[in-house]
Design a protein around this ligand. Structure first.
Ligand SMILES: Nc1ncnc2c1ncn2[C@@H]1O[C@H](COP(=O)(O)OP(=O)(O)OP(=O)(O)O)[C@@H](O)[C@H]1O
Length: 318
């Protein structure tokens, strides 16, 4: 879907922001670019929608060389979410989101309907929020409006630059989870820049770790990155993997055991099969029980025991 081939950017003052980067992002995949400050993440992102022109290399989007594309046309097909959201302060929330459909020539009524749908999608009840102004919303709510607006053109590709950067850690965690869930539904191709390795590991299907001088140090799934960091620098940056592995390892039915033999008194609350091992352990600790029930929607699937947790961890670290 997105392919970077030998892409480099040297600024006029001689700063090498990105060095001969090769990177592929598959359709529907969420890739996080992560690394220390100044290592070229934002420059890379902005080269994809040509806010910055590369000095070398080629970028392909769905088979089309973006360096040949009209930048304005190109950007309409690519949603862009930035930390400083850029909402128009004197326009109501619905008008902020309607801007894009109106630009596409939709009637006001259709644009408003679409804006309300999108607000609903990002968890902002239109009846409550559509008529408010940006300053009447919290940071996290404004961030959601930014996401709704980026989705308004229904672009297949979303570029996000520190999209959850401006909010406190609790709201940030909630927005990350919500966006991950939304992404599972929408199946966009997403490239997300963050300096936060936890965010990258939690959100990304794959993670590109950048090193100083705009070099790609490793490009791997979160599990691979934690289990096999490419070098000492990546290992340092990623930090100790054991605990993080719990966050990225999802439950699967083969980790479960049938309910038979477990007395219901031993069973605390049930968690969803989409949960992570971390969620499962948290439920066991909370209920002070050695097993936790697992369901898919209303259907009870089985129980997870410490042996199941161990099996799942071993598979994930293989
Ligand atoms: N317009 C510019 N002119 C010269 N150098 C620049 C310009 N923009 C960025 N740089 C430099 O290019 C390098 C990469 O910058 P970039 O913004 O891509 O990094 P980043 O990884 O996104 O950093 P951060 O996490 O701090 O946002 C940095 O050394 C930066 O100082």
């Amino acid at each position: 879907m997105i392919r970077l081939e030998g892409v480099g950017k040297t600024y006029p003052d001689g700063t090498v922001a990105v060095h001969e980067l090769d990177l592929e992002v598959a359709r529907g995949e969420m890739v996080c670019l992560v690394g220390p400050s100044g290592c070229g993440k934002s420059t890379t992102l902005k080269m994809i929608n040509r806010l910055i022109e590369p000095t070398t290399g080629r970028i392909w989007l769905d088979g089309q060389d973006v360096t040949d594309a009209d930048p304005v046309q190109l950007r309409r097909g690519i949603g862009y979410v930035i930390q400083q959201i850029g909402l128009f302060p004197h326009q109501r929330i619905e008008q902020n989101v309607m801007t894009v459909p109106l630009l596409y020539g939709e009637s006001k009524a259709v644009a408003r309907e679409r804006a309300h749908e999108l607000l609903d999608t990002v968890g902002l009840e239109p009846a409550q929020y559509a008529r408010k102004y940006p300053h009447e919303l919290s940071g996290g709510q404004r961030q959601r409006v930014g996401v709704a607006r980026a989705l308004a053109a229904n672009p297949p590709v979303l570029l996000m630059d520190e999209p959850f950067g401006a909010v406190d850690p609790i709201v940030r965690g909630r927005l990350q989870d919500e966006f991950r869930r939304l992404q599972d539904e929408l199946g966009k191709t997403v490239v997300l820049v963050t300096h936060d390795i936890d965010e990258a590991i939690r959100m990304g299907d794959r993670v590109a770790v950048f090193a100083a001088g705009g070099r790609l140090a490793q490009y791997a799934t979160p599990g691979e990155l934690l289990a096999h960091p490419a070098d000492d620098q990546v290992a340092d940056f990623v930090g100790s993997g054991g605990l993080r592995t719990l966050t990225v390892t999802r439950l699967r039915e083969e980790h479960l055991e049938p309910i038979d033999g477990v007395s219901t008194g031993d069973l605390g609350s049930a968690i969803d099969i989409d949960s992570s091992l971390e969620d499962a352990l948290a439920a066991m600790l909370r209920d002070d029980k050695p097993v936790v029930g697992v369901r898919r929607g209303p259907t009870f699937l089985g129980v997870l025991t410490p042996a199941g947790v161990h099996r799942a961890l071993r598979e994930s670290l293989r």
